[in-house]
Design a protein around this ligand. Structure first.
Ligand SMILES: Cc1cc2nc3c(=O)[nH]c(=O)nc-3n(C[C@H](O)[C@H](O)[C@H](O)COP(=O)(O)O)c2cc1C
Length: 240
């Protein structure tokens, strides 16, 4: 690990290996890991992580069966006093307030960045994201071999067709499809190629709320404003 500015390292699929954890800790780097169920969170705690990210079913990318609303308090209780970040379906201040109410110390967002000005999202996919609803995603093994939430397009529909062979496991499925996905993305730049119908990417159900392009900084400012408003409203409810 030769990145002098690295402050945090997070493991997605599994508990970070002990040697990596030891190296990070020796260099003052905090280590976290994503959990889709309590079992994962307990394994991460036993493995020595500094914090756990409880990531619910609605999240973009590899995701489990339990929703954020149910998972976060479960994980908070299971790994206490270890800090927990909530992930999955969070793109605004109301969702941050909800996550804090569930016991999280903070939040971890993925999808919301994909329609920002800075995002490197394929332009055709970005437009699809901006017009998608929260029902337009699907968990599919078609890209990586493991269930990963992504935009539903002709690509996922074809893989879901009962007459299509099942995707292979990880890591064979990416080896099988990565060239095809890259070719689809290149062709999708040409209107009328047909590839626009296939092209897709990982994204969570929160895509339904991602309806305009803003800078990443503006996304954060808007989150903060909405968070303050949400907490104030809750405070008023207590007074009433
Ligand atoms: C495009 C995309 C790629 C992702 N890749 C990874 C990854 O490589 N490693 C990882 O730990 N999580 C990955 N995730 C999951 C995020 O870290 C995060 O937990 C998730 O996006 C949170 O849910 P949200 O999409 O509803 O914000 C990815 C998510 C997206 C949308």
């Amino acid at each position: 690990l030769r990145y002098p500015t690295l402050k945090v390292l997070v493991n997605a699929l599994g508990t970070p290996p002990a040697d990596i954890l030891a190296e990070c800790h020796a260099k003052g780097i905090l280590v976290g890991a994503l959990a889709g169920k309590v079992k994962h969170a307990l394994a991460h705690k036993a493995g020595g992580v500094d914090f756990v990210i409880a990531q619910g079913h609605e999240a973009g990318g590899h995701t489990g069966e339990v929703t954020t609303m149910v998972l976060v308090p479960e994980v908070v209780d299971a790994v206490a006093p270890l800090p927990v970040l909530a992930a999955g379906g969070i793109a605004g201040g109301r969702q941050i307030a909800a996550a804090m109410a569930l016991g999280a110390q903070g939040v971890w967002c993925g999808s919301v960045w994909l329609t920002t000005e800075e995002a490197e999202t394929h332009p055709v996919v970005k437009q699809k994201f901006l017009h998608a609803t929260s029902s337009d995603t699907v968990r599919s093994r078609s890209r990586t071999g493991k269930p990963a939430r992504q935009l539903r397009t002709a690509w996922t529909d074809e893989w879901d067709d009962p007459s299509t062979p099942q995707p292979l496991g990880m890591p064979l499925q990416p080896i099988l499809v990565n060239n095809a996905l890259a070719r689809i993305d290149r062709a999708a730049h040409r209107p009328g190629s047909g590839a626009e119908q296939l092209t897709n990417y990982f994204v969570g159900q929160i895509v339904g709320n991602m309806n305009e392009t803003k800078s990443a900084a503006q996304v954060v400012y808007d989150m903060i404003d909405e968070f303050i408003e949400a907490v104030q409203k809750l405070g008023h409810q207590l007074n009433d």
